[in-house]
Design a protein around this ligand. Structure first.
Ligand SMILES: [Mn+2]
Length: 468
């Protein structure tokens, strides 16, 4: 945990954003253990990130409230009994947890539904965030006596906006965690580059990469994507055999000690060097990334950065003869979407897609931006103007997705901008994505974590190590 003062300060910052304009009770739902196949055989526990942010208590079965009337904060949980101690060893008491969290009242789990129903009885507003786990939703239904639909409609927008405002700006102690997560993440990618070779399976590389955070007492921040079919954007299968001539896409990240995320992608040849075709596409993606870096600073809309990266990659694809026509018209029409069907990046923090549970329309979009329906732009999770202290990903990519190309080709979609007859030669190419994590600074940006090879030369040099 951070020092107790940090949590106290975060709660008082939240209070000053919400009161006195709002009255009532703020409810923070912690996460429960989650069963895999029977109750006691559970997935790895992951605490809710907003709960971690305001309370830091990394234990299942905890909930908390803050009373807007007097600012009092209460932790609800079960005290450890001798039965718990037999199975889990000595654990901190509720009182100790409350003190390490900067001072909280403590109460039994049963006191929470009693407190909520007392509030409902006196028409006190209950402020809660969108629930995303089945047991949290069931608890809310039981405690509030409302349907799931009514509860989903009744989430507190003021609460969401205040949490997003605080969690969006990373403090110095959070940046230490994010640097740690990103450095571990860089080590995962270097390990992947040192491991892959023809004859191994994707799962061999995935296991070597996964070992990095595990050996540091942490775990991944999301399921690893390690695939020679890079054009399948979220491919979680690892059963392909790596062969000479393949390109391997690795999208993986570690958590820090306090569960902050890293999220990087590297794409490299299964051989020691890129083929000419691979290098050409790789350089175009890298150019898109450099274009994006050149623009990142406070005040710029990330939607404009996304479009500039798309323009840079469209220009590269035109030079290669895969695209054609007027550059600006092509970008405006979204013709590049067939190659780059996702967004340039997303916010990152305690969650790899930071605060996605609270709603992208509050996190990545502000009232000035509406979501586009264009392929690619519609998947952009971050459009808003950047501020100093934001942490976000930059992740351009170019993919050759035969079913998508065939679908567009069949209707002559954007045929003024795409040379469909040249694309068949790329149907087995796969895809290239390159991703780094950056902090928006006062006048620019800073890449987080220790460096991982990225230029063609750096990647090929690191790949030599797999063969030596
Ligand atoms: Mn990402």
């Amino acid at each position: 945990m951070f020092a107790p003062d940090i949590y106290r300060q975060r709660r008082s910052a939240l209070l000053s954003l919400l009161s006195p304009a709002n009255q009532g009770l703020l409810l923070f739902l912690g996460n429960e253990e989650s069963p895999m196949n029977y109750r006691d055989n559970v997935y790895k526990f992951r605490q809710d990130s907003t709960f971690l942010y305001f309370f830091g208590i990394d234990r299942p079965g905890m909930n908390a409230t803050i009373d807007l009337a007097d600012g009092s904060a209460t932790l609800y949980g079960e005290e450890m009994t001798i039965d718990h101690v037999i199975w889990m060893g000595p654990q901190p008491s509720l009182q100790e947890l409350a003190e390490s969290s900067g001072g909280l009242n403590i109460a039994t789990p049963e006191a929470l539904p009693a407190r909520i129903s007392r509030g409902i009885g006196s028409n006190e507003p209950l402020h809660y965030l969108p629930a995303y786990r089945g047991d949290s939703i069931l608890n809310l239904i039981r405690w509030c006596g409302k349907s799931q639909e009514a509860l989903a409609a009744g989430v507190s927008e003021a609460f969401i906006r205040a949490v997003v405002a605080l969690r969006s700006i990373k403090s110095s102690e959070e940046l230490v965690q994010l640097e740690q997560a990103c450095s571990r993440t860089a080590t995962m990618h270097i390990t992947g580059m040192k491991t892959a070779k023809p004859g191994l399976r994707e799962s061999d590389v995935m296991a070597a990469v996964r070992r990095v955070p595990l050996s540091m007492g942490a775990d991944t921040s999301f399921p690893i994507i390690c695939s020679k079919r890079g054009e399948v954007l979220h491919n979680h299968h690892h059963d392909n055999l790596l062969r000479s001539g393949d390109l391997l896409l690795l999208d993986a990240g570690s958590e820090s000690d306090l569960h902050y995320a890293g999220d990087m992608t590297r794409t490299f040849p299964v051989d020691a060097t890129f083929t000419q075709k691979q290098r050409e596409i790789y350089e175009i993606v890298l150019g898109g990334m450099e274009t994006a870096f050149g623009m990142i600073k406070p005040g710029i809309a990330y939607r404009d950065v996304h479009l500039a990266a798309a323009r840079s990659m469209t220009e590269g694809l035109q030079q290669l003869g895969l695209m054609k026509g007027d550059l600006d018209e092509s970008v405006a029409a979204g013709a590049h979407g067939v190659f780059f069907p996702h967004g340039l990046g997303h916010m990152m923090g305690l969650d790899v897609h930071d605060m996605e549970d609270l709603g992208e329309k509050y996190v990545g979009y502000t009232d000035e931006f509406t979501r586009s329906t264009q392929l690619g732009l519609k998947s952009l999770r971050l459009a808003r103007h950047l501020q100093e202290g934001f942490v976000l990903t930059v992740e351009p990519g170019i993919y050759f997705i035969p079913p998508l190309i065939e679908k567009w080709k069949a209707t002559d979609a954007h045929s003024a901008f795409i040379n469909y007859d040249k694309l068949e030669a790329y149907y087995s190419f796969g895809g290239v994505r390159i991703e780094d994590d950056v902090l928006v600074t006062k006048d620019g940006y800073k890449i987080l974590g220790t460096p991982a090879p990225k230029s063609v030369r750096e990647v090929e040099e690191m790949r030599q190590e797999a063969f030596s």
